[in-house]
Design a protein around this ligand. Structure first.
Ligand code: NAD
Ligand code: UDP
Length: 324
């Protein structure tokens, strides 16, 4: 029989966090969504505000918080390169102080706590596809380091709280995920290409577009996160969650043009510093330990996402940073 739990979701108003809240509220849990709304807005969870098992707190996770909960999903952190590079010191504080605060809370409450880590811990990888055992190739002093090293330090803290204080932890390494409720002005490749295509604007390919990414649809990803939280107690991760279908950025642009029927042209722009050349998850571990693998192919997920972009009023969205 399923048990009702008190669950804290930090970053719960964001793209992934709001979907996670949807799922947990639907499962009848008592959900506390905590967010400082840096890269999101209340409208993402507006439909949950009237639910008796949902609560919204405006709070910055760089500050401690005192709550009583059974589980914590720690998603609070800007995720798009333009967002996390806007105030890199704050990004590092969010990852490191945020981890310390949720781990301290979990220690006090004897709660289980899951960290949303990232494929960025592998940096610009020399091993392909990337298994969890690969230790990565991160530039510690480049513009992406505030995020990559912040997330690496958070993983270290999770393991140390586990070894030193027996905190029940879980770590998922999320690969590029997309879907409805992505911030239309987050500057990430999927949102940029869709927004540009829907306005018949030029599609901005950074570099020659031969770099690759593997795109996971948000429903698959959220299912993986929940399975990890509820999975075997002796499996704390880290575990890769992502779709192993690998595409060049140029292929992604062509697919968006095809689905939207846009008249957009592809134009090349300079490649950002330290932009990873290729990225693809090895998901053997997730398959074996969580019986999880993505079900939604890129074309299908993109079609859903494009339909959502068509349905919103883009002027209702405030660009969080002026980076693009
Ligand atoms: P998002 O920007 O939509 O969500 C992040 C949320 O955290 C936002 O609502 C933001 O306002 C909030 N936040 C940021 N700093 C905060 C702070 N100091 N205190 C409280 N709230 C704060 O991004 P997302 O794509 O939903 O990412 C969610 C998590 O998943 C992040 O931790 C991100 O690093 C991780 N992740 C996402 C992806 C992806 O492709 N979407 C890939 C790897 C990892
Ligand atoms: N990219 C691009 N055009 C854009 C935005 C991004 O070509 O308008 C490229 C970017 O250089 C990178 C890939 O798309 O190689 C994915 O970028 P994103 O910012 O979505 O996420 P990343 O995986 O780099 O964190």
């Amino acid at each position: 029989m399923s048990q009702i739990k008190r669950i804290l979701v930090t970053g719960g108003a964001g793209f992934l966090g709001s979907h996670l809240c949807d799922r947990l509220v639907e499962q009848k849990h008592d959900v506390i969504c905590l967010d400082n709304f840096f890269t999101s807005q209340k409208t993402n969870v507006q439909h949950l505000l009237s639910k008796p098992n949902f609560e919204l707190i405006r709070h910055d996770i760089t500050q401690p918080i005192f709550l009583e909960v059974d589980e914590v999903y720690n998603l609070a952190c800007p995720a798009a390169p333009g967002h996390y590079q806007y105030n890199p010191i704050k990004t590092m504080k969010t990852s490191v102080l945020g981890a310390i605060h949720v781990l301290g809370l979990a220690k006090r409450c004897k709660a289980k706590v899951l960290q949303a880590s990232t494929s960025e811990v592998y940096g610009d990888p020399e091993v392909h596809p990337q298994p969890e055992s690969y230790r990565g190739s991160v530039n510690p002093i480049g513009p992406r380091a505030c995020y990559d090293e912040g997330k690496r330090a958070a993983e270290t803290l999770f393991f140390d709280y586990h070894r030193q204080n027996q905190v029940d932890v879980r770590i998922v390494r999320i690969f590029n995920t997309y879907g409805p409720r992505m911030h239309p002005y987050d500057g990430r490749v999927v949102s940029n290409f869709i927004r540009q295509a829907l306005h018949d604007e030029d599609i901005t390919i950074f570099g020659d577009g031969a770099q690759t990414r593997s795109f996971c649809y948000r429903d698959d990803l959220v299912e993986g996160i929940i399975r990890m939280m509820e999975g075997p107690s002796n499996f704390i991760g880290p575990v890769n969650l992502g779709n192993p279908g690998e595409f060049t950025i140029r292929e992604l642009a062509q697919m968006v043009i095809e689905i939207t029927g846009a008249k957009s042209k592809l134009v090349e722009k300079p490649l950002p510093v330290d932009d990873p050349t290729r990225r693809c998850p090895d998901i053997t571990l997730a398959k074996e330990k969580l019986q999880w693998e993505p079900r939604i192919a890129l074309r299908e997920g993109l079609t859903e996402t494009i339909n959502w972009f068509r349905s919103i009023r883009m002027e209702d969205y405030r660009a969080p940073t002026p980076c693009y």
